[in-house]
Design a protein around this ligand. Structure first.
Ligand code: 13P
Ligand code: SF4
Length: 350
């Protein structure tokens, strides 16, 4: 049956009412408004992981975000709690850039090269298998809002880090902590090879050659044009953008940091934001007293985040009501046990 938008919204409201606290809907800031309006909690990936870890009463967690976030929620919740992703195609192209076989091969090579001097870290934007690999090897997960602290901690443990899978977050974070660019190598998972010109002894950071296809769309050329035409506009970007873009911007920080800066901005100030479109549009709507634009006029949506929409949310909720649950995200116990070590180190639960 084909429902109108308002029929779908009414149905979702009714199901939320019926299930009450048994149902919990976390929504990432990059989700569409049509979905976010039904979220019981919104946040960036760190906040949503913390919120899910703290929730003990919800039997059904319908995760409005992407696959790796739902896996993280499953790992951090109890066995009695079931996590669902309303559309299984809501993946993350960055997370898909590091698979466990490539990672094991890279690790073997790096161990031969550098011995036992490397600690692996992974951005939460990675599969549960990668988180488990990192957990088994003493490392931690990071998000964009705590990357600096976790990288600092890693250097108290080992001389070098392997940073998966986002080269940009890794490079920007390490550079911000004083690691020179020529002390950073890049691991190319397609060729199983290390790209590095410097002295082995000096290599401090090995960056996995992955990236976010959304944030890479904010370019140095976008910044040049803005500076030329609108020099007073303050440019703030997410650290998933390239190093050149981050260096040429006025400020950079995680999704939460960007939101906090906009919420604290003086009325009438002008901003260009380099992050996902749904969030930028929401900030524009919620702050009519500010002049906000996207750094790239094409806006840059995350297509996989956008796969979660009203029909998929309703379908997922109806399947729970009917006892025919679909799209259950269940990380196996062995993977979970190792991945939780990596997540706990980040959440400082151990
Ligand atoms: P944060 O929520 O950690 O800022 O990450 C941004 C992102 O790309 C989520 O996929
Ligand atoms: Fe992945 Fe980038 Fe989309 Fe985030 S914005 S889910 S990193 S593709």
């Amino acid at each position: 049956k084909h429902y109108t938008v308002s029929e779908m919204e009414d149905k979702i409201r009714a199901i939320k009412q019926t299930l009450g606290d048994k149902l919990f809907i976390p929504g990432h800031h990059y989700q569409k408004n049509e979905v976010i309006q039904f979220a019981d909690a919104t946040g960036d990936s760190l906040q949503l992981a913390q919120i899910c870890a703290a929730n003990e009463q919800a039997e059904h967690i319908v995760f409005c975000g992407v696959h790796f976030m739902a896996e993280t929620a499953d790992i951090l919740t109890t066995e009695k709690q079931q996590v669902y992703l309303p559309d299984m195609r809501a993946g993350c192209s960055m997370a898909d850039m590091a698979d466990i076989y490539q990672t094991e091969r890279a690790w073997k090579d790096l161990q031969e090269r550098f011995g036992d001097t490397i600690l692996p870290l992974t951005y939460v934007n990675s599969t549960a298998a990668i988180k488990a690999f990192v957990g088994r090897n003493g490392g931690a997960t990071v998000t964009s809002s705590n990357a600096k602290e976790i990288v600092q901690w890693a250097f108290t443990q080992k001389k070098r880090i392997l940073f998966l899978p986002d080269q940009h977050l890794g490079r920007n974070t390490a550079y911000g902590l004083g690691v020179p660019l020529d002390h950073m190598a890049v691991w190319n998972p397609i060729h199983d090879s290390l790209e590095y010109d410097g002295e082995s002894e000096e290599c401090q950071v090995i960056l996995w050659k992955g990236h976010c296809s959304v944030h890479e769309n904010f370019t140095v050329e976008n910044i040049r044009q803005l500076r030329e035409n609108d020099p007073e506009r303050r440019i703030i970007v997410h650290p998933e953008c390239s190093h050149e873009v981050v260096m040429k911007s006025d400020d950079d920080g995680s999704t939460k940091y960007i939101i906090d800066q906009i919420e604290a901005a003086a009325p009438g100030t002008k901003w260009a934001i380099g992050t996902e479109m749904n969030l930028v549009n929401r900030l524009i709507e919620n702050h009519p007293d500010l002049d906000i634009i996207s750094l790239n006029p094409l806006m840059c949506p995350c297509l996989t985040m956008n796969r979660i929409d009203l029909p998929h949310l309703l379908w997922s909720l109806e399947s729970i009501m009917e006892g025919t649950e679909q799209n259950i995200i269940q990380v196996d116990a062995v993977t979970s046990a190792d991945a939780i070590d990596a997540l706990d180190r980040m959440l400082q639960r151990k």
